[in-house]
Design a protein around this ligand. Structure first.
Ligand code: FES
Length: 147
């Protein structure tokens, strides 16, 4: 059911933890399954993501997607981090079972929420970034049908 990469990131998640005085913190949840994900970003003056950590209270796929999402945004500019969509995360994990697609949406939204927090604190605008939803359950069905 799960690919080797998903199992690897679930069993050995990368970048678990917190960042003190993070440049941006984003927390999102899904009211339907009750899972919660929090992402911390450390962003330097050149808008490069120097460090990223996550905490996920959720299913195995949520842990694996947050782990992969943190790996994908690390070292990138905030603009490049916008390209780390749930689709990109799923591709990097060699796919997810359809019922687990919403877990990857949590990862995308948590990154967006952390970027939003960073942008607000620094009075900047990140192109293409919209105010994230705290609960990604709304609207999830429409998006999930694409896969
Ligand atoms: Fe909800 Fe995976 S079951 S995030």
């Amino acid at each position: 059911m799960y690919t080797e990469k998903v199992m690897d990131h679930f069993q050995h998640p990368r970048n678990v933890g917190e960042i003190e005085n993070a440049s941006g913190v984003g927390t999102v949840g899904n009211a339907k399954c009750g899972d919660i994900m929090r992402i911390y970003l450390d962003i330097d003056d050149n808008q490069i993501i120097r460090d990223v950590k996550f905490k996920t209270f959720g299913c195995g796929a949520a842990v694996a997607t947050s782990s992969m999402a943190t790996e994908l945004v690390k070292g990138k500019s905030v603009q490049e981090a916008m390209e780390v969509t749930n689709k990109a995360v799923m591709e990097a994990l060699d796919g997810l079972p359809p019922v687990k697609v919403h877990c990857s949406l949590l990862a995308e939204e948590a990154i967006h929420a952390a970027l939003w927090d960073y942008a607000e604190k620094h009075g900047i605008k990140i192109e293409g970034l919209e105010k994230p939803k705290a609960d990604i359950h709304e609207g999830e069905e429409e998006e999930a049908e694409e896969y």
